[in-house]
Design a protein around this ligand. Structure first.
Ligand code: KG4
Ligand code: ZN
Length: 350
């Protein structure tokens, strides 16, 4: 039996089980991450971050990210297996993020996963990175069942999603320009903060007060659309005008004012969408979901409206492979077919 046929047969057998082991690989940006998961449980999860390498360039350099994934991946797989106390022979399914993300970075994970799957004779599940972020909520709350609302706030995507099932996800609104993480990173850069900017803004904002009047982030003409570019440009102009006039910039106040505008808008829209669609749960997803101010405001506003707020641990909001393993499990349960060996990375997967 050829590889594709054998994979399909194995997946059919696994579909009715919950105890199979997934080895998942995530390499869409600057984290080389591997995890071993079983259902919605995480047996081990290892993340090799390249943040220190890219920091000196002020952001991720794609070619450098790919090269470092190549260097790291084999050892991270070994480390992850050892941490779960299992061997490759115990693994039932290989999973890998195939998009969206940086092409060269994705290719490393996809190529590694394909060769591993082929040589072990195990099925391969191709995972959408965004669905991975959503699946992080199943690790934190294994009892979670659709329908629910997901506030997706990653470095590349910002959207309000109605999750009807793992394979039926409706976009109620998304950003018209910058993603929220991107806005955090760009504002941080103009404030002279290192990459990645989100956590740095959060730290700085703690000692700031809301004394800068920034334009409200564009509301997108109602509905659940976002725009962060006007707000980002306002901060950049303000900093440049201050510099030109030789005035001091109160960086902590500016960070706090920016963060407050962003979190206010995200939480207001998410809660309004949940109410309109009569959804009683909002699940937070993506890297900006690690932001304490956002988590706090969302919890507060959710409680006021009787909406349950799910906040995955911060380590599961930013990129990791545990969420990819659980997403693969959910895909299998939702009758996904295994990927074929001609699987390609899809940097613009939507
Ligand atoms: O989801 P993610 O890890 O990667 C993508 O799929 O894009 O998100 C990364 C983004 C970066 O823009 C980073 O600055 C932001 O998440 N981020 C934060 C925080 N931690 C990470 N933004 C605000 N506050 C944080 N604590
Ligand atoms: Zn991500």
């Amino acid at each position: 039996m050829n590889y594709d046929k054998k994979s399909e047969k194995i997946i059919e057998e696994l579909r009715v089980r919950d105890d199979f082991l997934v080895l998942a690989i995530e390499s869409s940006c600057d984290e080389t991450a591997v995890a071993i998961t079983q259902g919605r449980k995480v047996l081990s999860s290892v993340i090799a971050s390249q943040i220190e390498i890219h920091r000196r360039f002020g952001g991720v350099v794609p070619e450098i990210a790919s090269r470092n994934h190549i260097i790291a991946i084999d050892n991270i797989v070994k480390e992850t297996l050892a941490a779960a106390k299992v061997g490759l022979a115990d693994i039932d399914v290989i999973a890998a993020t195939y998009g969206p993300g940086l092409l060269g970075a994705l290719l490393v994970g996809v190529a590694y996963a394909k060769s591993l799957a082929f040589t072990l004779g195990k099925p391969l599940i191709a995972v959408d990175h965004i669905k991975g972020h959503i699946a992080a909520n199943y690790i934190a709350a294994p009892e979670l069942r659709p329908p629910y609302l997901c506030l997706l706030t990653s470095g590349g995507h910002t959207a309000i999603l109605k999750v009807n099932s793992f394979t039926d996800i409706e976009e109620l609104g998304s950003t018209q320009d910058d993603a929220v993480g991107e806005a955090f990173d760009k504002v941080a850069r103009v404030l002279g903060l290192p990459y990645p900017g989100g956590p740095e803004i959060e730290k700085l904002a703690k000692s700031g007060s809301l004394t800068y009047a920034l334009p409200r982030a564009y509301k997108g003409g109602g509905g659940y659309r976002f725009s962060f570019s006007g707000l980002k440009t306002a901060v950049i102009n303000l900093v440049q005008n201050c510099k030109a006039r030789g005035e001091e910039i109160r960086r902590a106040d500016l960070a706090a004012s920016f963060q407050s505008e962003v979190t206010d808008l995200l939480t207001e829209k998410a809660v309004a969408a949940a109410e309109e669609h009569k959804l009683t749960t909002i699940a937070l997803a993506g890297g900006v979901g690690a932001n304490g101010a956002l988590r706090e405001l969302l919890s507060q506003r959710g409680a006021q409206k009787g909406i349950d707020i799910l906040l995955p641990p911060k380590s599961l909001c930013t990129d990791n492979a545990a969420m990819i393993g659980v997403a693969a499990y959910e895909e299998i349960k939702a009758f996904a077919k295994p990927a074929k060996l001609d699987l390609d990375a899809d940097p613009a997967l939507s």
